[in-house]
Ligand binder design. Structure first.
Ligand SMILES: C[S@@+](CC[C@H](N)C(=O)[O-])C[C@H]1O[C@@H](n2cnc3c(N)ncnc32)[C@H](O)[C@@H]1O
Length: 332
């Protein structure tokens, strides 16, 4: 199994689970327990890690969507409510939608104390449970990377249907035009080279876009990109449903919050270190070297320490016990 990364799953063991021919059965099979569901959404090996990675994504979203207490918000591909659990207390309604009923069962379990939440299963690339113009904001993290581009565009079209005019949508995909994004794609290419020629590709394999493609898809679906960030292995976009008015003020406001939304250079560097270690089958020592220079209470560093700690524990038979500094960093 490949080391995954906080916030976004990257699973080599998925590459070998190619029997599923549809998204639903594929993701249901990965989420038969809450622990499995958390592992599948972003490689979090425990609840503590899921809460740290969820809080990190939630903080990006608060800035990207300029969330307000009165907002009705949906998440497309909510998984185990890793993010919804953190966001729901600050909004009027959080509505999670996912293709996999087992993911929704895990989400229900984790949201049992939060009354302003709703969950619905999807059956195809549409947001059927949501009425036209019923939502103020929505988002989709680490989901379009696992589907065919036709399905991404179909979902974006329906996002335009369910948002109220002027509503906002944040989403991401792997960024093929970034050197580390390309490196991640190259990993998939090399995996494909090893497959038997008669084997179909995994329906939920990682897929990649250039920023230009993402802009085209959003516009074709009837959404107006208002912020596109490309300086990391991710294309991150905030798009708006046009309402006939100007979006100048919104663009100016978002421009002041880029630092809160964008994956920083440290994130990309740590991710690259983890890729290196994975390719060599070794513990991520260079990531630890980098983390030693970070403050113990830095949220990004805490998240990576927790995540690496979990990955290390899982490989303790080969790697030995995780270094104390990881445990100390997580509990800081
Ligand atoms: C990597 S997980 C991310 C979950 C969540 N967004 C997060 O960041 O924690 C991908 C999620 O997308 C869901 N998913 C995959 N394909 C889908 C599809 N075609 N339609 C809707 N959801 C899908 C999966 O069931 C899974 O919950």
């Amino acid at each position: 199994m490949i080391i995954t990364l906080p916030g976004h799953a990257l699973l080599r063991d998925f590459v070998n689970s190619m029997q599923s021919i549809d998204y639903k059965s594929c993701w249901n099979a990965r989420a038969t327990t809450t622990a499995q569901a958390l592992m599948a959404v972003d490689g979090s090996r425990d609840e503590r890690t899921a809460q740290l990675t969820g809080a990190y994504s939630a903080s990006q979203l608060r800035a990207a969507l300029q969330l307000q207490h009165g907002d009705r918000v949906f998440e497309l591909g909510c998984g185990a409510a890793r993010i919804g659990r953190e966001l729901a207390p600050g909004v009027a309604l959080w509505h999670g939608l996912d293709i996999a009923e087992n993911m929704l069962a895990a989400a229900r379990d984790r949201l049992r104390d939060q009354a302003n939440t709703a969950l619905d299963a999807l059956t195809r690339s549409r947001l059927d449970p949501l009425a036209d113009a019923s939502m103020d904001k929505g988002y989709c993290i680490a989901v379009f990377i696992h589907m065919d581009k036709e399905d991404m565009v179909l979902y974006l079209r329906d996002v335009a249907r369910v948002l109220r005019p002027g509503g906002l949508f944040y989403f991401d995909t792997w960024n093929l035009a970034h050197p580390v994004g390309w490196r991640r794609f190259d990993f998939e290419v090399n995996q494909a080279a090893q497959q038997p020629p008669e084997q179909r590709k995994d329906v939920a394999r990682n897929q990649f876009c250039t920023p230009q493609e993402v802009e085209l898809y959003a516009r074709a679906a009837g959404l107006e990109p208002v912020l596109t960030l490309t300086d990391s292995p991710w294309v991150q976009m905030v798009a708006r449903k046009p309402d006939g008015g100007s979006d100048e003020a919104l663009r100016a406001e978002l421009a002041t919050t880029v630092a809160q939304i964008q994956y920083p250079a440290l994130w990309t560097s740590l991710f690259n270190c983890i890729l290196d270690a994975e390719f060599r089958g070794e513990p991520p020592h260079s990531a630890l070297d980098t983390l030693r220079h970070c403050a113990l209470d830095d949220p990004l560093a805490r998240m990576f320490r927790a995540w690496i700690h979990g990955a290390w524990m899982q490989r303790a038979a080969d790697w030995g016990a995780p270094p104390d500094e990881l445990e100390q960093g997580v509990n800081a």
